[in-house]
Design a protein around this ligand. Structure first.
Ligand SMILES: O=C(O)CCC(=O)C(=O)O
Ligand SMILES: [Fe+2]
Length: 352
């Protein structure tokens, strides 16, 4: 099916809920749309998702070695962990959450000042419609490129709350430092030079933020808050809602719900790190479900290599026993969105 430009503009989900609209057909998920099974609100909790103590990763004791083993195992099984002792203060995480909530609670006309225009991916809105019959997700989002700073499109950045830009930039700067620690630790956990992954990010790596708002849904068993997908990033940091669960992750063909740890960050491997690690680290398929009663707000920060830079499996991770699994790629995410909206995995297109 060929991509076609967006022709229809859908109402924000939040607006439909406020108006008491019937659930539109376009949001109802049918099994035909997915290789990943139906909506299921009651999957078991992923109590085994590892919790990684970042402080131990930077200590120079035997605690570090233990934590590296745990990290490697987390990333090659779940592709995900909950990071604690990550250096970002609890009160600041709460401030970031508050910022997101405040934005989504502004009057619609105020939010529309940041509305996505045409086929631009950035800004406030809901799903870009690229395909006929593409089912829609039960969320509104605000998607922004945060760095490199000279590529920011400030016309999409909220003026309100007034602290928006500062808080988002401070938060992402802290995550940038955390990301560097983690990428080095991940390389060390595989006994390869610690810059092996970082080097592939190039001089001008990209970072995007996606604020997700999932309003309550009268029929949450018929919709996805966010359809099953894997991230096209290198690494993703998710700040979950403190009260309302919704994130589900697939492991060995079974779905699990990711527990809320209020001051932990959910870190997951994206496709580009799976490629760099020659498939040792897994980019997990995940999705979000809606709740019948409560709204849910999350913030995902995606770190990506410079799009014009080649990304490929690290040389030391390729040998006779483990041949190269992926082709060299660049501009990965430009192909990514199309696949996502068709429910396909872009990483399958770059497998050897
Ligand atoms: O909101 C969530 O729980 C998941 C968000 C997510 O997967 C994404 O924005 O890519
Ligand atoms: Fe995601």
């Amino acid at each position: 099916m060929a991509a076609k430009p967006e022709v229809v503009c859908f109402k924000q989900v939040q607006e439909m809920v406020e108006n008491g609209d019937e659930l539109p057909h376009r949001y109802i998920w049918s099994d035909m749309n997915s290789n990943y099974g139906p909506v299921d609100l009651n999957v078991p909790p992923a109590t085994e998702i590892p919790v990684i103590d970042v402080g131990r990763l930077v200590s120079s004791s035997s605690a570090m070695d233990d934590e590296l083993v745990k990290l490697r195992s987390a990333l090659s099984s779940w592709g995900c962990f909950q990071a604690v002792n990550h250096g970002i203060e609890n009160w600041f995480l709460d401030e970031v959450r508050q910022l997101a909530r405040e934005f989504f609670h502004l009057p619609m006309v105020e939010k529309q000042k940041c509305a996505r225009s045409g086929n631009d991916y950035e800004g406030y809105g809901n799903d870009i419609v690229l395909y006929e019959n593409q089912p829609l997700d039960w969320n509104d989002s605000l998607y922004l490129l945060v760095s490199p700073q000279d590529r920011q499109k400030l016309q999409y950045w909220p003026q309100n709350p007034p602290s928006f830009r500062k808080v988002l930039e401070d938060y992402t700067a802290s995550l940038g430092q955390l990301q560097e620690i983690l990428l080095k630790s991940m390389a060390r956990s595989l006994s390869i030079p610690e810059d092996s992954f970082l080097n592939q990010y190039g001089e001008r790596p990209t970072m995007y933020g996606r604020f997700n708002y999932y309003p309550p849904c009268s029929k949450p068993d018929l919709v996805f808050g966010l359809k099953p997908h894997a991230d096209g990033s290198g690494l993703t940091f998710l700040l979950q809602d403190k009260q309302v669960r919704g994130l589900q992750l697939m492991k060995d063909n079974h779905w699990f719900s990711v527990p809320i740890m209020p001051h932990a960050l959910v870190v997951n491997v994206g496709d580009q790190l799976e490629i760099m690690s020659n498939g040792i680290f897994k980019s997990p398929v995940h999705r979000a479900v809606a709740s019948s009663e409560r709204e849910r707000t999350t913030l995902a920060i995606f770190f990506l290599p410079d799009p014009s830079k080649d990304v490929e499996p690290v040389e030391e991770l390729v040998d006779d026993e483990r041949p190269k699994l992926f082709k060299k790629v660049k501009h990965y995410t430009e192909t990514y969105f199309n696949y996502f909206q068709q429910g396909k995995r872009p990483i399958d297109a770059v497998r050897i």
